[in-house]
Design a protein around this ligand. Structure first.
Ligand code: FMN
Length: 320
C-alpha cells in the first residue's frame, strides 16, 4: 500500500501461540484496512527460541520466573524500521503469570522498541481473566521507553472462574479447547467477543483523521473496552507477591531447563495449585464479608484500573 501523504501510519506489534490474539487483531484491523488515509504496518514477534504449543507441563512452569521478572528472550528483528514515524502503535499481548508474555517482553526490551519513543500506544490484551498486574507492568515499561498508554482493550474468557481453572490449563497443555462433560464450556475468549473487537477499529477509523500529534484523550471510551471485577483485585496482588518470592528463588537455582530448578518447579506446582484453590476463594470470601466496609473503595479502585478506556458501553450501539 502506498504511504499516504496526509494520512496516519499505524504500527501493530503482536504474538500469539493459538491464534486467539491474532484473530482479535484481525477483527480490530478489518475496518482500518484499505482506507486511503491509513497505512497499517503489522509486525509479528518471533522469539529466537520458539515456545512450543501445546506446552509440556514443566516447560510451562519453567517460563514463570523469567515472565514475572520480565527477563527478555531474544527475538528476531521485526519487519519495520524502528526509526520510522508512526502516529499510533498497537501492542497486542497475552498475559503469562500475571505479566506481559515473554515474546512481548522480548520486543519491549529489543532495539526495535525505540520506535515507541514519544508515541501513544493502544494495548490489546487477550487472556484468561487476570491482567491487572501485567498491564501495570506494561504501563511502567512503556514509560521507561518514553511511550504512554492512550487506550487499553481487554478480552477475557467470560466463563465462570471455577471452570476456567480447568479449561485454560487443559487447553494450554493439550491444545484441546472444546467444551466437555456438559459442564465445562470451551476455553478462551468467545468467538463473539473476538468478532466484536471490530467496534474499536470502527471507532479508530473515525477518530484517526483528526488525531493530534500526541493525543492525550482516550479514543475508545464508551465501548466497554476494559471491565474490572473488584473481587479479583486482592487475589492478583497476593498472587503476584508470591510469584516474586518464588521467582527469585527459582532464578537463583539456575537458568531455565536446569535440573535443580525443574525439581523445585514440581514443588512449586503443588504450591501454585494449593494457592489457586485457597487464596482465590478465601480472598473472594473476605471480599464479600468486607463489602459493606471496603466495597466503595474497591469499586473506585476498579474504575481506576479500567482506565483509560473504561467499561462504559454508551457508544457500543453506534459501533457494533
Ligand atoms: C505460560 C502461560 C501463563 C499464563 N498466565 C496467565 C495469567 O497469569 N493470567 C491470565 O489471565 N491468563 C494467563 N495465560 C493465558 C494467556 O494469557 C492466553 O490467554 C493464552 O495463552 C492464549 O494466548 P495466545 O494463543 O494468544 O498466545 C497464560 C498462558 C500461558 C501459556
Amino acid at each position: 500500500m502506498p504511504t499516504p501523504q496526509a494520512g496516519k501510519r499505524l504500527l501493530i506489534v503482536h504474538y500469539s501461540q493459538t491464534n486467539q490474539l491474532t484473530r482479535a487483531v484481525d477483527a480490530l484491523l478489518a475496518p482500518l484496512r484499505n482506507q486511503q488515509d491509513i497505512e497499517l504496518v503489522e509486525a509479528r514477534i518471533t522469539p529466537r527460541t520458539p515456545y512450543r504449543f501445546p506446552w509440556r507441563f514443566l516447560d510451562f512452569l519453567d517460563v514463570f520466573p523469567e515472565s514475572v521478572y520480565m527477563d527478555p528472550p531474544e527475538i528476531a528483528p521485526p519487519n519495520f524500521d524502528p526509526d520510522e514515524h508512526f502516529d499510533l502503535i498497537i501492542l497486542a499481548y497475552q498475559v503469562w503469570f500475571l505479566s506481559p508474555s515473554l515474546p512481548m517482553t522480548g520486543f519491549l526490551h529489543s532495539e526495535s522498541a525505540r520506535v515507541l519513543r514519544g508515541k501513544p500506544v493502544i494495548t490489546l490484551i487477550a487472556c484468561r481473566n487476570m491482567w491487572l498486574t501485567a498491564q501495570a507492568k506494561m504501563v511502567a515499561t512503556l514509560a521507561k521507553r518514553g511511550a504512554y498508554v492512550l487506550d487499553n482493550i481487554v478480552l477475557v474468557d467470560s466463563a465462570p472462574a471455577w471452570s476456567t481453572f480447568i479449561t485454560t490449563p487443559r487447553w494450554l497443555l493439550t491444545g484441546r479447547k472444546e467444551a466437555f462433560w456438559k459442564i465445562f464450556p470451551s476455553a478462551g475468549v468467545s468467538a463473539q467477543d473476538i468478532a466484536d473487537t471490530a467496534r474499536f477499529g470502527r471507532a479508530l477509523r473515525n477518530a484517526l483523521p483528526s488525531l493530534p500529534a500526541q493525543p492525550k484523550q482516550a479514543l475508545l471510551q464508551g465501548l466497554a473496552a476494559a471491565r474490572v471485577d473488584p473481587r479479583y483485585i486482592a487475589s492478583e496482588r497476593i498472587g503476584h507477591r508470591s510469584f516474586l518470592l518464588w521467582g527469585r528463588l527459582l532464578r537463583a537455582l539456575g537458568p531455565p531447563h536446569s535440573t535443580v530448578r525443574r525439581f523445585v518447579l514440581v514443588l512449586y506446582a503443588f504450591f501454585l495449585a494449593l494457592m489457586i484453590m485457597t487464596v482465590v476463594p478465601i480472598t473472594l470470601f473476605f471480599a464479600i464479608l468486607l463489602r459493606p466496609f471496603v466495597g466503595e473503595r474497591l469499586k473506585t479502585a476498579a474504575r481506576h484500573l479500567e482506565g483509560p478506556s473504561g467499561s462504559n458501553a454508551d457508544r457500543c450501539t453506534e459501533y457494533l
